[in-house]
Design a protein around this ligand. Sequence first.
Ligand SMILES: Cc1cc2nc3c(=O)[nH]c(=O)nc-3n(C[C@H](O)[C@H](O)[C@H](O)COP(=O)(O)OP(=O)(O)OC[C@H]3O[C@@H](n4cnc5c(N)ncnc54)[C@H](O)[C@@H]3O)c2cc1C
Length: 186
Amino acid sequence: MADTRYDAIVVGARCAGAPTAMLLARRGHKVLVVDRATFPSDTVSTHLLHPPGVASLRRWGLLERLEATGCPPIDTYAFDFGPFTISGAPGTEEAPVAYGPRRTVLDKLLVDAAAEAGAEVREGFTVQDVVLTDGRVTGIRGQDRHGRAVTERARVVVGADGRHSHVARAVGPEHYHERPPLLCGY
Ligand SMILES: Cc1cc2nc3c(=O)[nH]c(=O)nc-3n(C[C@H](O)[C@H](O)[C@H](O)COP(=O)(O)OP(=O)(O)OC[C@H]3O[C@@H](n4cnc5c(N)ncnc54)[C@H](O)[C@@H]3O)c2cc1C
């Protein structure tokens, strides 16, 4: 498309968005990643980076950066239900431990890695709508950190904007594998 500036725009730059932008940029794609937050900043979380997440960081060459922050490895989980406790090692041979980094640390590390890979990172950018052309998403509309209205176009727009995703709401996808909530954590 003649007016497409980016191969991909990623909305949301935390655990989901920043690595997506990083991996696309590492493959040579022209990527814009936006977030209404600025980094480092906190978000609601119990901070547990489970072993598969640790394995991803290692694969991406980022685990050493997390370890260098002084964040200690966790080699035992214990779930205390009151009458009994289930405990054991969380991981596998390949990824034996978990970590509990603050999101101020983890998310900043991931955003920096996306920028290093060549993705353009715009913090303080709020997406207000997706741009539709012939029923297809072709960009985003929003406000930059100075309050200016901005429209950007891309071949692909990725919604990594978390719970209550604006992008998901805008495109109204089919729902599948839905289960009613049983508890706050399930
Ligand atoms: C209380 C609680 C505890 C949790 N604890 C854990 C845990 O210990 N371990 C774990 O793995 N998971 C945990 N989770 C799940 C956790 O939310 C996800 O693992 C993780 O935060 C999801 O990352 P994400 O990048 O998809 O979304 P988020 O971390 O929610 O990031 C979404 C980003 O999108 C941005 N954004 C949203 N809307 C817009 C917009 N319109 N324009 C621009 N930017 C926008 C936001 O500013 C945000 O930075 C917990 C969740 C809750 C609620």
